[in-house]
Design a protein around this ligand. Structure first.
Ligand code: PLP
Length: 394
Protein backbone atom coordinates (compact mmCIF):
# COMPACT_ATOMS: atom_id res chain seq x y z
CA UNK A 1 0.00 0.00 0.00
CA UNK A 2 1.47 3.40 -0.97
CA UNK A 3 1.65 6.09 1.70
CA UNK A 4 -1.52 8.21 2.04
CA UNK A 5 -0.67 11.77 3.01
CA UNK A 6 -2.41 13.39 5.95
CA UNK A 7 -4.30 11.85 8.84
CA UNK A 8 -6.99 9.29 8.35
CA UNK A 9 -10.41 10.75 9.31
CA UNK A 10 -11.87 8.19 11.69
CA UNK A 11 -15.43 9.55 11.72
CA UNK A 12 -17.15 6.45 13.02
CA UNK A 13 -18.90 6.82 16.37
CA UNK A 14 -16.16 4.92 18.15
CA UNK A 15 -13.38 4.07 18.21
CA UNK A 16 -12.82 7.81 17.98
CA UNK A 17 -9.63 9.65 17.06
CA UNK A 18 -7.04 9.26 19.82
CA UNK A 19 -5.40 12.61 20.58
CA UNK A 20 -1.60 12.83 20.55
CA UNK A 21 -1.50 13.65 24.27
CA UNK A 22 -3.11 10.32 25.04
CA UNK A 23 -0.88 8.42 22.60
CA UNK A 24 2.18 10.00 24.29
CA UNK A 25 0.84 9.10 27.73
CA UNK A 26 0.36 5.46 26.71
CA UNK A 27 3.88 5.36 25.24
CA UNK A 28 5.71 4.69 28.53
CA UNK A 29 7.26 1.53 29.94
CA UNK A 30 4.78 -0.84 31.54
CA UNK A 31 5.31 -0.90 35.30
CA UNK A 32 4.86 -3.62 37.91
CA UNK A 33 1.15 -3.67 38.64
CA UNK A 34 1.90 -4.95 42.15
CA UNK A 35 4.79 -2.53 42.76
CA UNK A 36 4.82 0.70 44.79
CA UNK A 37 4.41 3.11 41.84
CA UNK A 38 1.22 1.52 40.62
CA UNK A 39 -1.01 2.53 43.53
CA UNK A 40 -0.94 6.22 42.59
CA UNK A 41 -2.01 5.42 39.03
CA UNK A 42 -4.77 3.16 40.32
CA UNK A 43 -6.10 5.80 42.69
CA UNK A 44 -5.89 8.51 40.02
CA UNK A 45 -7.94 6.61 37.44
CA UNK A 46 -10.52 5.24 39.88
CA UNK A 47 -11.11 8.69 41.43
CA UNK A 48 -10.99 10.40 38.06
CA UNK A 49 -13.66 8.07 36.66
CA UNK A 50 -15.87 8.74 39.68
CA UNK A 51 -15.84 12.41 38.69
CA UNK A 52 -16.62 11.59 35.06
CA UNK A 53 -19.52 9.30 36.03
CA UNK A 54 -20.59 11.86 38.65
CA UNK A 55 -20.72 9.28 41.39
CA UNK A 56 -19.39 8.96 44.90
CA UNK A 57 -19.78 5.17 44.65
CA UNK A 58 -17.57 2.40 43.34
CA UNK A 59 -16.21 2.26 39.79
CA UNK A 60 -14.83 -0.96 38.27
CA UNK A 61 -12.30 -0.84 35.42
CA UNK A 62 -12.04 -3.95 33.25
CA UNK A 63 -9.46 -4.80 30.60
CA UNK A 64 -12.29 -5.51 28.15
CA UNK A 65 -14.44 -3.95 25.46
CA UNK A 66 -17.83 -2.47 26.34
CA UNK A 67 -19.47 -5.86 25.83
CA UNK A 68 -17.53 -7.18 28.82
CA UNK A 69 -18.92 -4.42 31.03
CA UNK A 70 -22.46 -5.27 29.79
CA UNK A 71 -21.91 -8.82 30.99
CA UNK A 72 -20.37 -7.62 34.26
CA UNK A 73 -23.41 -5.46 35.02
CA UNK A 74 -25.76 -8.44 34.60
CA UNK A 75 -23.78 -11.26 36.23
CA UNK A 76 -23.03 -9.22 39.35
CA UNK A 77 -26.61 -8.23 40.07
CA UNK A 78 -28.91 -11.02 38.79
CA UNK A 79 -29.71 -14.71 39.18
CA UNK A 80 -30.54 -17.43 36.61
CA UNK A 81 -34.08 -17.04 35.24
CA UNK A 82 -34.52 -13.46 36.49
CA UNK A 83 -36.83 -11.28 34.42
CA UNK A 84 -35.30 -8.09 33.08
CA UNK A 85 -37.11 -5.30 31.23
CA UNK A 86 -35.19 -4.00 28.22
CA UNK A 87 -36.07 -1.47 25.52
CA UNK A 88 -35.42 -1.77 21.78
CA UNK A 89 -33.81 1.55 20.93
CA UNK A 90 -31.60 0.01 18.23
CA UNK A 91 -28.83 -2.48 17.53
CA UNK A 92 -26.90 -2.04 20.78
CA UNK A 93 -30.02 -2.54 22.90
CA UNK A 94 -30.69 -5.67 20.82
CA UNK A 95 -27.17 -7.02 21.39
CA UNK A 96 -27.43 -6.44 25.15
CA UNK A 97 -30.78 -8.24 25.17
CA UNK A 98 -29.24 -11.19 23.27
CA UNK A 99 -26.39 -11.30 25.79
CA UNK A 100 -28.90 -11.37 28.66
CA UNK A 101 -30.72 -14.29 27.01
CA UNK A 102 -27.47 -16.23 26.59
CA UNK A 103 -26.69 -15.71 30.29
CA UNK A 104 -29.97 -17.41 31.20
CA UNK A 105 -31.97 -14.30 32.04
CA UNK A 106 -35.49 -13.69 30.72
CA UNK A 107 -35.56 -10.33 28.98
CA UNK A 108 -38.85 -8.72 28.10
CA UNK A 109 -38.04 -6.47 25.16
CA UNK A 110 -40.25 -3.40 24.67
CA UNK A 111 -40.35 -2.89 20.90
CA UNK A 112 -39.18 0.31 19.23
CA UNK A 113 -38.92 1.65 15.67
CA UNK A 114 -35.25 2.73 15.97
CA UNK A 115 -36.20 6.36 15.21
CA UNK A 116 -36.89 7.66 18.68
CA UNK A 117 -35.75 7.04 22.24
CA UNK A 118 -37.28 5.44 25.28
CA UNK A 119 -40.92 6.13 26.07
CA UNK A 120 -40.69 5.96 29.86
CA UNK A 121 -44.47 5.59 30.23
CA UNK A 122 -44.20 2.14 28.62
CA UNK A 123 -41.66 1.13 31.24
CA UNK A 124 -43.93 2.51 33.95
CA UNK A 125 -46.89 0.50 32.61
CA UNK A 126 -44.89 -2.76 32.55
CA UNK A 127 -43.69 -2.18 36.10
CA UNK A 128 -47.20 -1.33 37.30
CA UNK A 129 -48.39 -4.66 35.86
CA UNK A 130 -45.64 -6.52 37.68
CA UNK A 131 -47.29 -6.66 41.09
CA UNK A 132 -45.15 -9.65 42.16
CA UNK A 133 -41.93 -7.75 41.42
CA UNK A 134 -40.66 -10.50 39.13
CA UNK A 135 -38.74 -7.89 37.11
CA UNK A 136 -35.35 -7.52 38.78
CA UNK A 137 -33.78 -4.91 36.50
CA UNK A 138 -34.61 -2.31 33.87
CA UNK A 139 -31.79 -2.20 31.29
CA UNK A 140 -31.62 0.69 28.84
CA UNK A 141 -29.19 2.34 26.43
CA UNK A 142 -28.58 6.05 27.01
CA UNK A 143 -27.01 6.95 23.67
CA UNK A 144 -28.05 4.44 21.00
CA UNK A 145 -25.01 4.59 18.72
CA UNK A 146 -26.70 2.69 15.88
CA UNK A 147 -29.48 5.25 15.44
CA UNK A 148 -28.14 8.56 16.77
CA UNK A 149 -30.86 8.81 19.42
CA UNK A 150 -30.21 9.80 23.05
CA UNK A 151 -32.81 8.75 25.60
CA UNK A 152 -33.67 10.66 28.76
CA UNK A 153 -32.44 8.52 31.62
CA UNK A 154 -33.85 10.83 34.32
CA UNK A 155 -37.32 10.10 32.84
CA UNK A 156 -36.75 6.35 33.15
CA UNK A 157 -35.77 6.82 36.81
CA UNK A 158 -38.96 8.83 37.43
CA UNK A 159 -41.06 6.12 35.79
CA UNK A 160 -39.57 3.44 38.05
CA UNK A 161 -40.16 5.64 41.09
CA UNK A 162 -43.76 6.40 40.11
CA UNK A 163 -44.41 2.66 39.84
CA UNK A 164 -42.73 2.24 43.25
CA UNK A 165 -40.95 -0.77 41.81
CA UNK A 166 -37.73 -2.12 43.38
CA UNK A 167 -36.06 -3.11 40.05
CA UNK A 168 -32.48 -2.00 39.55
CA UNK A 169 -31.76 0.54 36.81
CA UNK A 170 -28.89 -0.55 34.53
CA UNK A 171 -27.77 1.93 31.88
CA UNK A 172 -25.38 1.61 28.92
CA UNK A 173 -23.64 4.88 28.15
CA UNK A 174 -20.73 3.30 26.29
CA UNK A 175 -20.87 5.99 23.59
CA UNK A 176 -22.13 8.85 25.76
CA UNK A 177 -19.71 9.07 28.67
CA UNK A 178 -17.30 11.97 28.35
CA UNK A 179 -19.28 13.52 25.50
CA UNK A 180 -22.93 13.80 26.58
CA UNK A 181 -24.10 14.92 30.04
CA UNK A 182 -24.41 11.93 32.35
CA UNK A 183 -25.14 11.80 36.11
CA UNK A 184 -24.93 8.38 37.72
CA UNK A 185 -25.85 9.45 41.26
CA UNK A 186 -28.33 12.23 40.50
CA UNK A 187 -30.28 10.04 38.07
CA UNK A 188 -30.38 7.16 40.53
CA UNK A 189 -28.69 4.70 38.20
CA UNK A 190 -27.63 1.42 39.84
CA UNK A 191 -25.10 0.23 37.27
CA UNK A 192 -23.67 2.33 34.48
CA UNK A 193 -21.78 0.60 31.67
CA UNK A 194 -19.15 2.52 29.69
CA UNK A 195 -16.17 1.95 27.40
CA UNK A 196 -12.87 3.64 26.61
CA UNK A 197 -12.90 4.11 22.85
CA UNK A 198 -15.69 6.62 22.32
CA UNK A 199 -16.17 9.82 24.34
CA UNK A 200 -13.15 9.02 26.49
CA UNK A 201 -10.89 9.25 23.41
CA UNK A 202 -8.82 6.18 24.30
CA UNK A 203 -8.07 3.19 22.12
CA UNK A 204 -10.42 0.21 22.63
CA UNK A 205 -9.65 -2.08 25.53
CA UNK A 206 -11.11 -0.67 28.75
CA UNK A 207 -14.64 -0.76 30.05
CA UNK A 208 -16.37 0.31 33.22
CA UNK A 209 -19.14 -0.31 35.70
CA UNK A 210 -20.21 2.48 38.04
CA UNK A 211 -22.09 0.85 40.89
CA UNK A 212 -24.65 2.12 43.42
CA UNK A 213 -24.98 0.89 47.02
CA UNK A 214 -28.22 -0.81 46.03
CA UNK A 215 -26.47 -2.69 43.22
CA UNK A 216 -23.67 -3.73 45.58
CA UNK A 217 -26.25 -5.05 48.01
CA UNK A 218 -27.98 -6.95 45.17
CA UNK A 219 -24.65 -8.51 44.20
CA UNK A 220 -24.48 -10.24 47.58
CA UNK A 221 -27.47 -12.40 46.63
CA UNK A 222 -27.01 -12.58 42.85
CA UNK A 223 -26.48 -16.17 41.73
CA UNK A 224 -25.29 -15.94 38.12
CA UNK A 225 -21.81 -17.51 37.91
CA UNK A 226 -19.04 -14.92 37.78
CA UNK A 227 -15.33 -14.81 38.36
CA UNK A 228 -13.42 -12.49 36.02
CA UNK A 229 -16.20 -9.87 36.29
CA UNK A 230 -16.77 -10.23 40.02
CA UNK A 231 -17.09 -6.87 41.79
CA UNK A 232 -16.20 -8.54 45.08
CA UNK A 233 -12.79 -9.51 43.72
CA UNK A 234 -12.20 -5.95 42.44
CA UNK A 235 -13.28 -3.87 45.38
CA UNK A 236 -10.71 -5.16 47.86
CA UNK A 237 -7.56 -4.48 45.79
CA UNK A 238 -9.05 -1.23 44.37
CA UNK A 239 -9.13 0.25 47.88
CA UNK A 240 -5.33 0.45 47.83
CA UNK A 241 -5.11 1.33 44.12
CA UNK A 242 -4.50 -2.21 42.85
CA UNK A 243 -6.38 -4.77 40.73
CA UNK A 244 -7.07 -8.49 41.29
CA UNK A 245 -5.41 -9.44 37.98
CA UNK A 246 -3.11 -7.72 35.52
CA UNK A 247 -4.77 -4.45 34.47
CA UNK A 248 -4.23 -2.80 31.07
CA UNK A 249 -1.51 -0.60 32.59
CA UNK A 250 -0.68 1.44 29.50
CA UNK A 251 -4.33 2.15 28.77
CA UNK A 252 -4.63 3.37 32.35
CA UNK A 253 -1.83 5.89 31.62
CA UNK A 254 -3.99 7.02 28.74
CA UNK A 255 -7.11 7.12 30.89
CA UNK A 256 -5.42 9.37 33.45
CA UNK A 257 -4.49 11.74 30.63
CA UNK A 258 -8.01 11.60 29.15
CA UNK A 259 -9.60 12.57 32.46
CA UNK A 260 -7.09 15.43 32.79
CA UNK A 261 -7.98 16.68 29.31
CA UNK A 262 -11.74 16.50 29.95
CA UNK A 263 -11.30 18.43 33.19
CA UNK A 264 -9.01 21.06 31.68
CA UNK A 265 -11.64 21.80 29.05
CA UNK A 266 -14.40 21.36 31.64
CA UNK A 267 -16.99 18.60 31.23
CA UNK A 268 -19.79 21.09 30.58
CA UNK A 269 -17.77 22.73 27.80
CA UNK A 270 -17.05 19.31 26.33
CA UNK A 271 -20.79 18.57 26.25
CA UNK A 272 -21.54 21.96 24.64
CA UNK A 273 -18.87 21.40 22.01
CA UNK A 274 -20.50 18.10 21.04
CA UNK A 275 -23.94 19.78 20.99
CA UNK A 276 -22.67 22.49 18.61
CA UNK A 277 -21.07 19.99 16.25
CA UNK A 278 -24.18 17.84 16.18
CA UNK A 279 -26.36 20.87 15.45
CA UNK A 280 -24.10 21.95 12.57
CA UNK A 281 -24.10 18.41 11.20
CA UNK A 282 -27.90 18.30 11.20
CA UNK A 283 -28.00 21.63 9.35
CA UNK A 284 -25.74 20.13 6.69
CA UNK A 285 -27.82 16.96 6.34
CA UNK A 286 -31.08 18.94 6.11
CA UNK A 287 -29.58 21.19 3.45
CA UNK A 288 -28.48 18.15 1.43
CA UNK A 289 -32.15 17.14 1.52
CA UNK A 290 -31.39 13.83 3.25
CA UNK A 291 -33.38 12.41 6.19
CA UNK A 292 -31.99 12.12 9.69
CA UNK A 293 -32.95 8.80 11.27
CA UNK A 294 -33.82 10.32 14.67
CA UNK A 295 -37.36 11.72 14.50
CA UNK A 296 -37.58 13.38 17.88
CA UNK A 297 -36.14 16.91 18.06
CA UNK A 298 -35.27 16.55 21.75
CA UNK A 299 -33.45 13.23 21.36
CA UNK A 300 -30.83 13.95 18.70
CA UNK A 301 -27.50 12.44 19.70
CA UNK A 302 -24.66 14.91 20.12
CA UNK A 303 -22.01 12.35 19.15
CA UNK A 304 -23.39 10.72 16.01
CA UNK A 305 -25.83 11.61 13.26
CA UNK A 306 -27.43 8.70 11.40
CA UNK A 307 -28.51 9.60 7.85
CA UNK A 308 -30.95 7.65 5.68
CA UNK A 309 -29.76 6.98 2.14
CA UNK A 310 -32.25 7.91 -0.61
CA UNK A 311 -34.06 4.73 -1.75
CA UNK A 312 -32.11 2.73 -4.27
CA UNK A 313 -28.73 3.96 -2.99
CA UNK A 314 -26.36 1.86 -0.92
CA UNK A 315 -24.61 3.28 2.12
CA UNK A 316 -21.93 0.59 1.74
CA UNK A 317 -21.08 1.82 -1.76
CA UNK A 318 -21.20 5.44 -0.63
CA UNK A 319 -18.86 4.88 2.31
CA UNK A 320 -16.43 3.05 0.02
CA UNK A 321 -16.30 6.07 -2.29
CA UNK A 322 -15.58 8.34 0.70
CA UNK A 323 -12.89 6.03 2.06
CA UNK A 324 -11.19 5.49 -1.29
CA UNK A 325 -11.18 9.15 -2.28
CA UNK A 326 -10.82 11.02 1.00
CA UNK A 327 -9.30 8.54 3.45
CA UNK A 328 -12.28 8.96 5.77
CA UNK A 329 -14.20 6.19 7.55
CA UNK A 330 -17.89 6.80 8.20
CA UNK A 331 -20.11 4.56 10.35
CA UNK A 332 -22.10 1.80 8.66
CA UNK A 333 -25.74 0.85 9.07
CA UNK A 334 -26.07 -1.83 11.76
CA UNK A 335 -28.56 -4.66 12.14
CA UNK A 336 -31.89 -4.10 10.41
CA UNK A 337 -30.80 -0.76 8.95
CA UNK A 338 -27.69 -2.22 7.25
CA UNK A 339 -27.08 -0.62 3.84
CA UNK A 340 -29.85 1.91 4.53
CA UNK A 341 -28.15 4.30 6.93
CA UNK A 342 -24.69 5.79 7.25
CA UNK A 343 -23.47 7.50 10.40
CA UNK A 344 -21.33 10.59 10.83
CA UNK A 345 -19.36 10.39 14.07
CA UNK A 346 -18.61 13.73 15.76
CA UNK A 347 -17.23 12.44 19.01
CA UNK A 348 -14.19 12.84 21.19
CA UNK A 349 -11.12 14.85 20.21
CA UNK A 350 -12.87 16.95 17.60
CA UNK A 351 -13.03 20.65 16.70
CA UNK A 352 -14.83 22.95 14.28
CA UNK A 353 -12.36 22.40 11.48
CA UNK A 354 -12.33 18.62 11.91
CA UNK A 355 -16.09 18.80 11.58
CA UNK A 356 -15.84 20.92 8.44
CA UNK A 357 -13.34 18.48 6.91
CA UNK A 358 -15.67 15.62 7.75
CA UNK A 359 -18.76 17.27 6.26
CA UNK A 360 -16.82 18.36 3.16
CA UNK A 361 -15.80 14.72 2.68
CA UNK A 362 -19.43 13.63 2.95
CA UNK A 363 -20.67 16.28 0.51
CA UNK A 364 -17.97 15.50 -2.05
CA UNK A 365 -18.67 11.80 -1.54
CA UNK A 366 -22.36 12.30 -2.30
CA UNK A 367 -21.43 13.88 -5.61
CA UNK A 368 -18.87 11.23 -6.56
CA UNK A 369 -21.21 8.38 -5.58
CA UNK A 370 -24.01 10.01 -7.64
CA UNK A 371 -26.35 10.17 -4.66
CA UNK A 372 -29.05 12.79 -5.27
CA UNK A 373 -28.51 15.76 -2.91
CA UNK A 374 -28.72 19.53 -2.82
CA UNK A 375 -25.54 21.57 -2.56
CA UNK A 376 -24.73 23.84 0.34
CA UNK A 377 -24.63 21.52 3.34
CA UNK A 378 -21.06 22.46 4.22
CA UNK A 379 -21.99 26.15 3.87
CA UNK A 380 -24.96 25.67 6.19
CA UNK A 381 -22.79 23.95 8.78
CA UNK A 382 -20.33 26.86 8.69
CA UNK A 383 -23.23 29.25 9.24
CA UNK A 384 -24.38 27.21 12.22
CA UNK A 385 -20.91 27.17 13.78
CA UNK A 386 -20.27 30.88 13.24
CA UNK A 387 -23.75 31.88 14.45
CA UNK A 388 -23.09 29.95 17.64
CA UNK A 389 -19.69 31.62 18.05
CA UNK A 390 -21.15 35.10 17.52
CA UNK A 391 -23.81 34.32 20.13
CA UNK A 392 -21.32 33.00 22.69
CA UNK A 393 -18.78 35.81 22.06
CA UNK A 394 -21.32 38.61 22.48
C1 PLP B 1 -19.80 0.50 21.19
C2 PLP B 1 -20.99 0.21 22.00
C3 PLP B 1 -21.12 -0.98 22.73
C4 PLP B 1 -20.19 -2.15 22.62
O1 PLP B 1 -18.92 -1.88 22.99
P1 PLP B 1 -17.72 -2.80 22.46
O2 PLP B 1 -16.56 -2.02 22.99
O3 PLP B 1 -17.79 -2.85 20.97
O4 PLP B 1 -17.86 -4.13 23.09
C5 PLP B 1 -22.22 -1.12 23.54
N1 PLP B 1 -23.16 -0.18 23.61
C6 PLP B 1 -23.09 0.96 22.91
C7 PLP B 1 -24.17 1.98 23.03
C8 PLP B 1 -22.00 1.20 22.08
O5 PLP B 1 -21.93 2.32 21.37
Amino acid sequence: MPYTAGRHFLQIPGPSNVPDRILRAIDHPTIDHRGPDFAQLGHDVLNGMRRVFKTKGAVMIYPASGTGAWEAALVNTLSPGDKVLMYETGQFATLWKNLATRLGLQPEFIGGDWRRGIDATQIEAKLNDDKAHAIKAVCVVHNETSTGVTSKIAEVRKAIDRAQHPALLLVDTVSGLGAIDYRHDEWGVDVTVAGSQKGLMLPPGLSFNAVSEKALAASKNAKLPRSYWSWDEMIGPNKTGYFPYTPATNLLYGLREAVAMLEEEGLDNVFKRHDRHAEATRRAVQTWGLDILCQNETEHSSIVTAVLMPTGHSEVAFRKVVLDNFNMSLGSGLGKIADKVFRIGHIGDFNDLTLMGTLAGVEMGLKLAKVPYKKGGVEAAMESLTENLIKSNS
